[in-house]
Design a protein around this ligand. Sequence first.
Ligand code: HEM
Length: 454
Amino acid sequence: MTPSPAGLVNLFSPEAVADPMGTYERLRARHGPVAPVLLADDLPAWLVLGYRENLEVARTATRFTRDSRVWNLAREGRVPAGSPLLPVTEWKPVVRFAEGGEHRRLRTAINESLARFNRRGLRRHVTRYAGELIDGFCAAGRADLVPRFVQHLPMLVLARLIGIPGHAAPGLARATQDLMVGARTAVASNEHIVACLRDVVADKRAAPAGDLASWLLAHPIGLSDPEVVQNLRVTLVIANETTVALIASTLRMMLTDPRFRASLAGGHMTLPDAVEQILWDEPPFRTLVGRWATADTELGGQKIKAGDMMLLGLAAGNADPAIRPDLAAPLLGNRSHLSFGGGAHECPGQDISRAIAEVGIDTLFLRLPDLDLAVPEDELGWNAAWVTRHLATLPVTFTPRRPEPAARPGPARPRPPLDGCPSRGPGPSAWPSASPRPASRVASLIRLLAPHLR
Ligand code: HEM
């Protein structure tokens, strides 16, 4: 580990980014369930490693708040202007930073609007977009699944749900990735997302449709247009990269882990079980810039000062030996992991992400049942940053198949330019509807995988 001036581990160091789990275990051994760490520009924070301690921080808003305006380092002017921490810490009037009555107001509008989605409709959209993406490479017999499939599917579905024109999805997917990894282009990418969502909200104000943007605008709680834009921005940024990471990790596990293959083929593990296992072992947010101490307090034997930043160590908490003495023991659908956070801010979109991952993977294996990894596992590339880490490549081979556009009724969607979000693009309400397909086909997946798994 790169030694820091104070002898503390810097989570931005190349070693910590390359080996997050090893880093967490070394910190746990040295400091216990709560460890002092350094971030960019050697700014100090507390990394919460214990499962119980993570829940305590997430669930006790009176001691640990989401309101980043109490951050002592920012108040003392110690955060440099170009700090990569700013995009995730700078307070904005959105659900992520709100507490108390204001948080309840925004969460009610978001929860009730998300609840209006028809779950079967969601699964149909996922099946449709997954099918379109697979048609783009299935005749070739080989493809890199990350750039051809995984990186596009969540944004296509999320764009449809939110009410964003489909042609804007690739540009938005790239922009949200920029924000999550704290790239130099993050500010421009953020502006692109906001400009796109402003157009969408203006369109939906004039002509409401059956989508999240329209439902938020119409919600009786009375959100203003800028509030809807900003809360949709938060939703999009959180939802896309995390769901990309979940799909990539689950696919990798299905293609490489012999224990998983054996369990799936033997009927001991279902696809939803596999997704949950990944949420335990490789949470899309390894750490979450989560809370700030409201007053001097104590946690895990450490003395925390008022205004200190608490990083929720979701991956470390999920692997805490206090709750998982044997990491290899199968969890078979247990959902009590920390991957969706906890307390009043717990992720409201978790079932949507599960549906995108499960139906997307199900569709892929139904169309290409003999998928095989094309390179040794240790040659797979990774996109790693201090909060997230997911595969950058997943090259596979398979028996070439014909595209199946006829299986999806309706006229072909026009192909507008890929980037941008013009105010009058071909909106989702104009898209052809997808053909209904069975909601869950895990049994057929197992049957189709079986010859390949022998
Ligand atoms: C695998 C996919 C996903 C993961 C791992 C994930 C994880 C998280 C986490 C860890 C939080 C913070 C919770 C906390 O502070 O305690 C969060 C918040 C949030 N997520 Fe997700 N999320 C995912 C997908 C989604 C989707 C699909 C949506 C919506 C369609 C969504 C919408 C949100 C929103 C709006 C918040 C802010 C909630 C609040 O502050 O009250 N997420 N998510």
